[in-house]
Each structure stands twice: as structure tokens, then as C-alpha cells.
Design a protein around this ligand. Structure first.
Ligand SMILES: [Fe+2]
Length: 150
């Protein structure tokens, strides 16, 4: 099996965040009574994708390290495939508010459990703070979405 390059690994993380943004934007359109919450989440996911792009650039330049050896690409690929399936169902308006909330909690929690943001290794204060914010905002999404009582 060929090893995932740093660039591929970070590309998968960018994709994961961009797809979450896409899903939450669909939910914002479909559940207007909670539009503000979903839109806020979508905007933050877009921001997370951008932070990861910047971290990717810093890795390319050798400013930030990335331990691709511990990175579980197959797990993230399965996660992305699942996310794409749910997006397809959301596009067909097949999801209720209850399942939208429950998928959101599952997707966000899974990122925390898989420790996807812990593979960067940084002596740089700035990169460390970006990674801490990625993790804390992901955790905050779980709390925020659970305030919706379907
Ligand atoms: Fe995120």
C-alpha cells in the first residue's frame, strides 16, 4: 500500500471541512427556523478549510511539521464517502431535522475521536493556536447543534 503524502493527507482534511460546510449550507436552506445556527456552522467550516490550506502551505515550506505516518487516510476516506452520501440525501431533501442534528453531532464528534488535527507538529506558536482553535470550534459545534431541539 502506498503511503499517503503530506499533501494528500492535508488535502483530505481540507475536503472534509469543505464538505461539512456544504452540508450545513444545505441544512440552513432546508431548516429556516434554525438557519442562523446552520449558517454559522457552515461559515466556520469554510474558515477551517482555509486554515488547513494555510497550514498546508506552511508544511510545504517546512515551517510546520506533519507526521503522515500516524495519519489514517483510509479512515478519513470512509468518513468523506459517508459525508458525500449524506450530502446527496440532503440534496434530495430526504433528511428530517432530527437526523440532520444527529448526523452533525456524529460527524463533528468523529473528528475529535479520530484526532484528525493532531498530526501537525509545530514549534510555531501561531500554528499551535490555529490547531487549538480547530479542535475547540469542532467541540463547540457539537454543543451548539445540540441546542436545537427537533
Ligand atoms: Fe471544522
Amino acid at each position: 500500500m502506498h503511503k499517503t503524502s503530506k499533501k494528500d493527507a492535508i488535502g483530505l482534511m481540507i475536503k472534509q471541512e469543505s464538505l461539512l460546510a456544504k452540508l450545513y449550507k444545505l441544512f440552513a436552506e432546508q431548516f429556516p427556523e434554525h438557519r442562523e445556527t446552520w449558517s454559522e456552522l457552515a461559515a466556520e467550516e469554510k474558515k477551517h478549510a482555509n486554515w488547513l490550506r494555510q497550514l498546508g502551505d506552511a508544511v510545504e515550506k517546512g515551517i510546520v511539521g506533519f507526521e503522515e505516518g500516524r495519519f489514517k487516510a483510509p479512515a478519513l476516506k470512509i468518513y468523506i464517502a459517508h459525508l458525500e452520501q449524506i450530502i446527496a440525501r440532503a440534496e434530495k431533501k430526504e433528511l428530517t431535522l432530527t437526523s440532520a442534528v444527529s448526523y452533525t453531532v456524529d460527524f463533528e464528534r468523529s473528528l475529535i475521536e479520530k484526532n484528525v488535527f493532531t498530526h501537525f507538529d509545530s514549534a510555531s506558536e501561531q500554528a499551535r493556536s490555529v490547531l487549538n482553535r480547530l479542535k475547540s470550534e469542532t467541540e463547540a459545534h457539537i454543543q451548539k447543534i445540540q441546542t436545537i431541539d427537533p
